[in-house]
Structures are given as structure tokens and as C-alpha cells.
Design a binder for this molecule. Structure first.
Ligand code: LMR
Length: 359
């Protein structure tokens, strides 16, 4: 009888141990999903909490891996995993595989992804003040953006408002300056924009910028732009050289003007509760990985964009135009109305701080 009881007990233990193993390995299978798989809509049960187990950081973005953000995300992964001795695993999902930038903020708030780096223009959907980076010809160079982000009156203010919505801003990554492309004619003077349809990111300032020169702005997710250009749903678009080249817009646009009229950069954002719940030593190492990556982007973003310009030139499918000082002045004068238009929405103090950088 005693022997029978012991046998039953051993059997029950073995079964429950096996069941436990199954659950764990199922969990680890799903969390090691390769970055090539689509997981849209499957993430509500896959929320992350810090525990003694492996900590998974899902990092979602919309661009190609060859771009400044694409390369930075992979570098961050490598460093974070190395510095935490594998305790942290960063799963990078490029090319809008998981979310586009318009849904990613909600996904971050719900902890369905733990990190993302949406363009600042898209952050303006939740916080209109973030649209200050979209003002035309606001920044003479990337260094002045960095100076703005390091200042209390601009960067400090912008980062602190993220906390109101369960988010935490960890860093700012540069891409660079945007250029204009159009399917059928050079864009040299404001009149050349008249009646043309341009894709914009979801930002009211970007819409106003195109309206100021008589064009029709069409907000659209990044992942849909190539086919919209190909099918003639839109006539043109604005983006950085690395985004233009990696998305192959040179195949469907005949003209590009090197206008450098607007800045494109990213807010690297995490879910505040997730971040604060990380063990202190892990958080410190992940932050170290991120800071080093941010430094790398600063030093290499512009270089990647210039290399991409050479590649576009080498393909020879797109005519490239430079603006004369008079043409640039005409663009600036036509687009300047935007600053006054958004005074109330963005706040005069922020607009004045941006204007001061222009001088
Ligand atoms: C875009 O939508 O054009 C950009 O946000 C893409 C990017 O660089 O993230």
C-alpha cells in the first residue's frame, strides 16, 4: 500500500514537472520569434514584466535595417545582450512588421512592445508640442537639434510630458534632413508644388507646410508610400536620403531636390512601468547600451545619408537638383506662415526657443 502511494506521488510529481517544462519552453519559443515574423495583434498575452527569467525587450520600428535607425536598433540589441550577459534579449522588428508608428505609441502604453523609436512628428499625435521638429527650415544642422534636446526649455519639457501617458523618453536618435521628391518635374520654386499631392507623416505642421505652397498633403503610413507613389495615388513625398534609397523611391520618382528643409529624428521611448520594474543593475546596463548607441547614431547618421545619396546618383534614375540661395529663400518665405499658425497649439515659448536656434 505504502509502495503504491509512493508510486502515485512520484507519478503526479513527474506529470506536473513535465507540464511546467512545456509551459516554459512554449513561452521561450514564442519570445524568441525571429524578427522576420509578423506578430500584429497577437501581443496582449505577451506583456513583459521584469522577473528572474530572461527579460525580453521588443523593439519595433518602421524602416529598413540599413538606415541609421535600423542599424542603431541592431547595435542596441547587441550591446544590451552583451552587457547583461544574455539576461536581456532584444527582439528587433523592422519594416513595420509589428506596428506602424501610428499604432506603436498605444502598443508601448499597453506594454505590448517595450521600446520603439517613432519619428518625433508621429509623437505629436499624442503631444502636439513634439511637432516643433517639423517646422520648415527650423534647424540649420543636426548639432542645433541636439542642443535643443539637451536644453531644459525644449528637450526637458518635451521628455517630461511623455510621463503623463505612461511613457518614458530615453534618448533622441537623429536620422537627418529631409529632401523633396516628385514624379514628373523639378521642385525649384514654391509654385512648382501647386496642386501636387504629397505624402506626409501624421503631423499637422507638415500638412500646413505643404498647404503653404499650394500642395495637397496626404497623411499615410511609411509602409504604404512606395506603392502609393507607384500607383500615382500621390505625386511626391519628403524624406531623408537613407529612407528614400532604402525604400527605392528613385524607381518611382524622377526628381529630387536637395532642400534639407526639415529635420527627421526619433524619440526612443519605453513603457515607464516596464522600465522602472527592471532590476536596477539590468536597467543600468541597458541604459549604457542605449547611450553608446545614441553616440554612434550622432556620429554616423549624416555619413549614412551621404553614402545613400551617392548610391542614388549611381543608379542614375533620378535627376537631382540643388536650390540656389534665392530659391531657398523663396521656399522659406512661403513656408514661414506655419510658425504663426501653430503658436497656440505648440506654445509661444517653444516656438520662440526654436526661432532663437535659427539665428
Ligand atoms: C516616415 O514615416 O517617413 C518616417 O517616420 C520613417 C522613419 O524614418 O521612421
Amino acid at each position: 500500500m505504502k509502495k503504491w502511494l509512493l508510486l502515485t506521488f512520484a507519478l503526479v510529481m513527474a506529470v506536473s514537472l513535465l507540464a511546467g517544462c512545456g509551459a516554459r519552453s512554449e513561452q521561450s519559443n514564442s519570445s524568441s520569434t525571429s524578427s522576420g515574423e509578423t506578430e500584429k495583434g497577437q501581443n496582449t498575452e505577451n506583456k513583459q514584466t521584469a522577473s528572474d527569467d530572461k527579460i525580453i525587450i521588443k523593439f519595433s520600428h518602421v524602416v529598413a535595417e540599413s538606415t541609421p535607425k535600423g542599424q542603431a536598433a541592431l547595435m542596441f540589441k547587441e550591446k544590451a545582450e552583451q552587457y547583461t550577459n544574455g539576461r536581456v534579449e532584444v527582439q528587433v522588428f523592422p519594416n513595420s512588421q509589428l506596428y506602424n508608428d501610428d499604432d506603436v505609441l498605444l502598443a508601448l502604453q499597453q506594454n505590448n512592445v517595450q521600446m520603439a523609436a517613432p519619428a518625433t512628428s508621429k509623437v505629436s499625435k499624442l503631444f502636439p508640442q513634439w511637432t516643433i521638429f517639423d517646422f520648415p527650415f527650423a534647424f540649420p544642422d543636426v548639432e542645433s537639434v541636439q542642443k535643443a534636446m539637451e536644453s531644459e526649455e525644449i528637450g526637458g519639457k518635451l521628455f517630461s510630458m511623455l510621463k503623463e501617458q505612461k511613457l518614458l523618453g530615453l534618448a533622441m536618435w537623429d536620422n537627418g534632413f529631409k529632401q523633396m521628391t516628385l514624379k514628373d518635374k523639378p521642385l525649384l520654386m514654391p509654385e512648382d508644388f501647386k496642386g501636387k499631392k504629397f505624402r506626409v507623416m501624421s503631423s499637422k505642421v507638415l500638412e500646413a507646410q505643404f498647404k503653404a505652397v499650394g500642395a495637397n498633403p496626404t497623411p499615410m503610413p511609411f509602409s504604404e508610400v512606395y506603392s502609393a507613389l507607384e500607383q500615382g495615388v500621390i505625386d511626391g513625398q519628403e524624406n531623408t536620403l537613407s529612407n528614400i534609397y532604402s525604400q527605392k523611391y528613385q524607381e518611382v520618382q524622377k526628381h529630387m531636390t536637395l532642400s534639407n528643409h526639415g529635420y527627421l529624428g526619433y524619440a526612443v521611448i519605453t513603457n515607464a512601468q516596464f522600465w522602472e520594474g527592471l532590476p536596477a543593475d539590468v536597467r543600468e546596463q541597458v541604459k549604457k547600451a542605449l547611450d553608446e548607441t545614441t553616440q554612434w547614431v550622432r556620429e554616423n547618421g549624416e555619413k549614412i545619408n551621404s553614402e545613400n545619396l551617392e548610391k542614388i546618383k549611381a543608379e542614375g534614375t533620378m535627376e537631382i537638383h540643388e536650390l540656389t540661395p534665392e530659391q531657398k529663400k523663396a521656399w522659406m518665405e512661403a513656408m514661414d506662415v506655419v510658425y504663426d499658425e501653430f503658436k497656440d497649439q505648440v506654445g509661444e515659448d517653444l516656438i520662440n526657443a526654436i526661432k532663437a536656434l535659427r539665428k
